[in-house]
Ligand binder design. Sequence first.
Ligand SMILES: *[C@@H]1O[C@H](CO)[C@@H](O)[C@H](O)[C@H]1NC(C)=O
Ligand SMILES: *[C@@H]1O[C@H](CO)[C@@H](O)[C@H](O)[C@H]1NC(C)=O
Ligand SMILES: *[C@@H]1O[C@H](CO)[C@@H](O)[C@H](O)[C@H]1NC(C)=O
Ligand SMILES: *[C@@H]1O[C@H](CO)[C@@H](O)[C@H](O)[C@H]1NC(C)=O
Ligand SMILES: *[C@@H]1O[C@H](CO)[C@@H](O)[C@H](O)[C@H]1NC(C)=O
Ligand SMILES: *[C@@H]1O[C@H](CO)[C@@H](O)[C@H](O)[C@H]1NC(C)=O
Ligand SMILES: *[C@@H]1O[C@H](CO)[C@@H](O)[C@H](O)[C@H]1NC(C)=O
Ligand SMILES: *[C@@H]1O[C@H](CO)[C@@H](O)[C@H](O)[C@H]1NC(C)=O
Ligand SMILES: *[C@@H]1O[C@H](CO)[C@@H](O)[C@H](O)[C@H]1NC(C)=O
Ligand SMILES: *[C@@H]1O[C@H](CO)[C@@H](O)[C@H](O)[C@H]1NC(C)=O
Ligand SMILES: *[C@@H]1O[C@H](CO)[C@@H](O)[C@H](O)[C@H]1NC(C)=O
Ligand SMILES: *[C@@H]1O[C@H](CO)[C@@H](O)[C@H](O)[C@H]1NC(C)=O
Length: 811
Amino acid sequence: MMSVDMRLNLHFKVLILTLIVFTEELSNKEGVQAWTYHYNTGPNQRWLEARQWCQTHFTDMVPIRSQEETEFLNNLLPFNPKYYWIGIHKVAGVWAWAESNQHVSEEDQNWATAEPDTIAGQDCVEIYIKREPDTAKWNNEKCRNKKGTVCYNVSCAQESCSSHADCVETVGNYTCKCHPGFQGPRCEEAITCSPLPNPEQGSHQCFHPYGSNRFNSSCHFHCERGFWLLGMPQLLCQANAHWDNPVPLCQVEQCPVLDFTNFTGGSMNCSHPIAPNSYNSTCDFRCDEGFELFGLNQIQCDNSGKWTASVPACTVKKCSPMSSPVMGNMTCVDAIEPFSFGSQCNFSCQEGYSLTGDNPLTCLASGQWKYSTPACTVVQCSSLTDPPHAHIQCQDPVREHSYGSKCTVQCEEGYNLIGTNVTKCSSQGTWSHALPVCQAVRCPSLTSAPHGSLFCSDPHGEFSFGSQCKTACEEGFSLNGTADTDCTSAGKWSTDIPKCRAKRCPTLTPPAHGSVVCSDLHGEFSFGSLCMLSCVEGFNLNGTNNTECTSMGTWNREIPHCLAKRCPTLRSPSHGSFACSDPHGEFSFGSRCTSACGVGFLLTGWADTECTAVGTWSTDMPHCQARQCPLLAKAPQHGRMNCNHPNAPFSYGSHCGFECNEGFWLRGTPATTCNNSGQWSQNLPTCQPVQCQAISGLPLSLSMNCSHPLGNFSFGSQCLFSCNQGFSLNGTAALLCSSSGFWNDSRPNCTGMSMESAMLLYTGAGAATAVVILILIGLVLLIMMQFRRKGNTIVSDVPVLEDRENPAFEF
Ligand SMILES: *[C@@H]1O[C@H](CO)[C@@H](O)[C@H](O)[C@H]1NC(C)=O
Ligand SMILES: *[C@@H]1O[C@H](CO)[C@@H](O)[C@H](O)[C@H]1NC(C)=O
Ligand SMILES: *[C@@H]1O[C@H](CO)[C@@H](O)[C@H](O)[C@H]1NC(C)=O
Ligand SMILES: *[C@@H]1O[C@H](CO)[C@@H](O)[C@H](O)[C@H]1NC(C)=O
Ligand SMILES: *[C@@H]1O[C@H](CO)[C@@H](O)[C@H](O)[C@H]1NC(C)=O
Ligand SMILES: *[C@@H]1O[C@H](CO)[C@@H](O)[C@H](O)[C@H]1NC(C)=O
Ligand SMILES: *[C@@H]1O[C@H](CO)[C@@H](O)[C@H](O)[C@H]1NC(C)=O
Ligand SMILES: *[C@@H]1O[C@H](CO)[C@@H](O)[C@H](O)[C@H]1NC(C)=O
Ligand SMILES: *[C@@H]1O[C@H](CO)[C@@H](O)[C@H](O)[C@H]1NC(C)=O
Ligand SMILES: *[C@@H]1O[C@H](CO)[C@@H](O)[C@H](O)[C@H]1NC(C)=O
Ligand SMILES: *[C@@H]1O[C@H](CO)[C@@H](O)[C@H](O)[C@H]1NC(C)=O
Ligand SMILES: *[C@@H]1O[C@H](CO)[C@@H](O)[C@H](O)[C@H]1NC(C)=O
């Protein structure tokens, strides 16, 4: 289609031809003009002016980019004798587009024949529109020449297309040429790829810059643990609506195939949940009985394609190695390995040895031998014990009485060997020979001696070696020689047979004062001898009068003594003694005794006596009598007498003591003894009354009247007092002389007189005292005179001993 804007023509005095060509062919072709064309209908212009004009009013001078554009313009433009300038000129000697200053390629150049010429200064190009020949061809001309002007104007604006397109000028319009990956009128829509599936055991993650699964979307693929990605890990949505690579796959990790060729002695169980020998494949191992697992009992294919461990091994259980027993052999059959599970060993022994223990031995699944190792023990013969009277001596190369032992038998001394003296232990455990017998050697026969008998012990036969014979004598007989005799190893008796002789008693000697007479049966003082004993006159046999020699060789009784006859035992007279001479023993035949009396005693009878041959004393024993003192008939008056008489009344040794009654005192010695000459040792004492103080010097007013039954102012005296007229008695009226020699009270006074008379009385009393003393002296003299007179009433009734005869003779 074609259109011409007439308005522009008018305004610019130019013919502006606006030609819009919009055909399918044109739009499809590169470089098709998409512009509007405008030519100046005014005067022709120089090249530079023409261009400036185009640039001022339109975009630029037509550059002529294609044949189509050339043809289009040739048709459109009216003929101009000067033809039209185009936007090509020479720059530095080279033809270039004015718009871009780019070099015009050789093929794009569309020169008329013989053009471009090389005339200097022809640096601009014109097109021969509607010229014959060389229609629409180019010619170089001087730029200052004036020609027609033709311009073009673009139609693309900024907002014409989206950012994903290039705006392309077309003839009379524009078109949006989309960038790869985009579509739509403005190329706004990104091209869509098909959605991606997840691979098995995998997943993907996408980045969508222009929407889900559209152009330039990129997806990254991952596999689960134990799987690896086969293919490209990342996919890109291409402009052609296809992903740049196929979806990748997740392949399971593969482990190496296990080699079980060396796994023996056990079983295994493998499971492959995913794929053979791949991730999560598991193998379990178990060893057979008798095998031991070395390694893990389970291995697994891990996520990196490696087995967690190598295949374990089942090694056979080993028993401890064994060797042949001493003196034996061992043969083993091994099922698997030497001395391992299933091995069986047989044991055998050399000759003369036997196997002890179990045979054969098997190595058990536990790695232990079923039994303990057997041993070869030497064959044992029965143990030998010494036969009677023999000694065995063995040479034992191995053990006592075992195979190889050689034993020699030897009889004891006195025995003869009967049989073989050597025997050997065979490999069968038997002895080669029976043991020999040892027989005792014989001695000559024996007979017993007279009065004797023979007793023999024959351990090894009668009168043989070891026989012991004992000679026993009859009772009363003893052996002369050795009783025992032995049969020696030489076959001889050790001594001669002994004899029996009567036993001897000790030789008897007669006792003193006696004699012995014996009768003998088998010899003097020997077994059977009887001896009689007798004593001389005056002697008695103390014991039995005979003794006999017994079979023991002893006298059956002690030899008796001849004892002097005994007289009765004498007793010494009391208070006397005797002395004897005893030629044959005390109080025995021949003894003479003389008696004597002690001091104070007199002997009566015969002093001497003698023991006679018939055992009586010749006289009786005498007596001893104590000497007599005079008889003491009475005790002293007012006194007592107490006598003891150890021998006889009032004789030697008699003792008499004296005491006085109360109120009397003893004058003389209180005791007397009869001495060995028949005299009393002391005179007899007397008992005198106790004396009180004589009362004298009485005051004139006091008178006294006394009575004296025993003596003046002595025990028993009583005095009565009375006072004169005008005086009264002050005190007791009577005083009594007590047995202790004191008055029973103090003397009384007569009161009632003057002081002067009292004074006189005292003076008179002093004078009277001298008078009283004189009176007393006279009294004593009187008493003494009266004592000398008989019949005096005061005289004691006890006789005075000196004046009397010896009382003993008055009896
Ligand atoms: C040339 O093109 C521009 C842009 O497309 C437009 O604005 C202008 O009016 C055109 N000029 C003429 C004379 O057609
Ligand atoms: C130019 O092209 C555009 C898009 O292709 C279209 O919309 C428009 O109508 C055209 N203009 C003319 C005058 O043909
Ligand atoms: C598409 O992706 C490629 C590579 O990533 C990049 O070079 C290009 O610019 C992208 N295109 C668009 C339109 O984004
Ligand atoms: C098996 O055992 C033999 C002998 O020990 C050895 O040489 C071989 O490498 C083993 N094989 C494996 C897979 O272990
Ligand atoms: C592998 O084994 C582990 C442990 O038993 C289990 O958790 C996991 O789910 C297994 N993986 C697969 C893919 O079966
Ligand atoms: C034991 O073994 C040795 C050597 O093999 C052999 O000479 C001998 O005769 C064997 N003895 C027995 C009792 O088997
Ligand atoms: C054993 O008897 C033999 C003769 O029979 C003799 O030669 C040998 O000396 C005897 N041995 C002993 C130890 O008596
Ligand atoms: C024993 O007898 C011998 C003579 O055979 C004789 O000499 C000796 O005295 C006797 N001995 C006795 C104690 O009889
Ligand atoms: C007399 O014999 C008897 C008994 O035999 C004895 O006890 C006594 O002492 C003997 N007399 C004397 C004096 O030997
Ligand atoms: C010995 O004593 C006994 C009595 O005891 C008498 O019968 C005998 O005659 C005495 N013999 C002699 C020899 O005196
Ligand atoms: C008797 O004598 C005593 C002193 O000796 C005297 O005290 C008393 O008075 C006398 N009595 C009389 C009656 O004179
Ligand atoms: C009596 O008199 C005498 C002398 O004067 C005196 O010593 C005596 O004690 C008297 N007697 C009494 C009983 O008074």
